[in-house]
Design a protein around this ligand. Structure first.
Ligand SMILES: NC(=O)c1ccc[n+]([C@@H]2O[C@H](COP(=O)([O-])OP(=O)(O)OC[C@H]3O[C@@H](n4cnc5c(N)ncnc54)[C@H](O)[C@@H]3O)[C@@H](O)[C@H]2O)c1
Length: 334
């Protein structure tokens, strides 16, 4: 099967591409390798897959409509996984336009491509940030998501609404995945674990927001990729009247939204402690207030995903952080 992955030089997309290639699929990877963070890391991720005979690289921008049309026309993918996006909550306060370009205009181009080739399934990245100021714990897909607190979150929620529209109008099966804080080897340099590791090793203080009173469904990369692979094989149909507990939008269209993440949230201070143990160093902590756009806690209710595809994240923070530190030291030759 030919599967189009966008964001194939990214943290999640490169690992997903590798797994699909290993399973014998052909992968077409779209990524513009932008410099939001270290391009050398993106190149190094790509180097793990680009020589595979069944991998085709398309180094284009998602918001380049003609280029995206050409990729769809040439490769006619049966399935598509949209992971390319301008990610990051904090940066969306500084550069909101890049979020609209990649996440809204770019996503529309993907939807149009899926429509043109009548693709069998589009899986796309949403985010736990769509829950905004929701205080109900754990976060369930039936909770309201109409109060985002960053442009990043607003674009991710918009993706869910746009996908539903295309599912309803053009019968394109789509599944949105609300990822919860993903970490692990080949991870993102703008995220806490990477920032903390670098700072601690360089003897610099780490910024600890909300004075450490934070909780997250920290989710190990392999558990995320396993979930994406399972969802990719689970093509939605309209839920009709069969499942009254389904969110409203699932009923008229082959459309689903799932949470994907660890259902055992961990405190930020414990996450830091595990990192310190693995590095054999104590962090100097710069205790700060809450960041605008950020939320004190996330906690994924993944019952839907368990029922639908048997999803069960298994990696503990202790194991996951140890594997990240081992990768980091190897990659940066420390
Ligand atoms: N990592 C997490 O914890 C997390 C949490 C919630 C949601 N997500 C979402 O999951 C997806 C993957 O995240 P990730 O952590 O792998 O991010 P990432 O930044 O590592 O990967 C995204 C990739 O997309 C590419 N890209 C961005 N804009 C593009 C454009 N306009 N055209 C072509 N390529 C473009 C980037 O170069 C990058 O390689 C994103 O949609 C992100 O918003 C991630």
């Amino acid at each position: 099967m030919t599967i189009l992955i966008t964001g194939s030089a990214g943290f999640i997309g490169s690992e997903l591409s590798r797994r699909l290639l290993d399973a014998g699929h052909s992968v077409v990877g779209i990524d513009n390798l932008n410099d939001y963070y270290d391009v050398r890391l993106k190149e190094a991720r790509l180097a793990r897959i680009k020589d595979h005979p069944n991998f085709t690289e398309a180094r284009i921008d998602l918001d380049d409509r003609t280029a995206v049309e050409d990729v769809f026309a040439k490769h006619r993918p049966q399935k598509v996984v949209n992971l390319a996006a301008q990610a990051g909550v904090r940066y969306s306060l500084e550069n909101p336009h890049s979020y609209v370009d990649s996440n809204i205009v770019g996503f529309l181009n993907i939807l149009e491509g899926c429509r043109a080739v009548q693709c069998r399934h589009l899986v796309f990245a949403s985010s736990s940030s769509v829950y905004g100021t929701n205080a109900e714990m754990p976060f369930a897909v039936t909770d309201r998501v109409d109060h985002p607190i960053s442009m990043y979150a607003a674009t991710k929620r918009a993706n869910e609404l746009m996908a539903h529209t295309y599912s309803h109008l053009f019968a394109i099966p789509t599944s949105g995945l609300r990822f919860f804080t993903v970490y692990g080897p080949w991870g993102r340099p703008d995220m806490a674990l990477f920032l903390f590791t670098k700072a601690i090793l360089e003897g610099r203080p780490i910024d600890v927001f909300n004075h450490g009173d934070m909780k997250r469904s920290f989710t190990y990369i392999d558990d995320i990729v396993e979930g994406v692979l399972r969802v990719l094989d689970h093509i939605p149909t309209p839920a009709a009247a069969a499942a009254p507990e389904m969110p409203h939008e699932s009923k008229s269209a082959p459309f689903r939204v799932y949470n994907i993440g660890s259902d055992k949230p961990e405190s930020l201070m414990r996450y830091i402690e595990v990192l310190e143990d693995n590095l054999g160093l104590k962090a100097k902590k710069n205790m700060l207030g809450m960041q605008p756009g950020d939320v004190p806690a996330t906690w994924a209710d993944v019952d839907d995903l368990k029922t639908s595809v048997g999803y069960q994240p298994t990696t503990s923070v202790e194991d996951g952080v140890a594997r990240f530190v081992a990768w980091y030291k190897d990659f940066y030759k420390i």
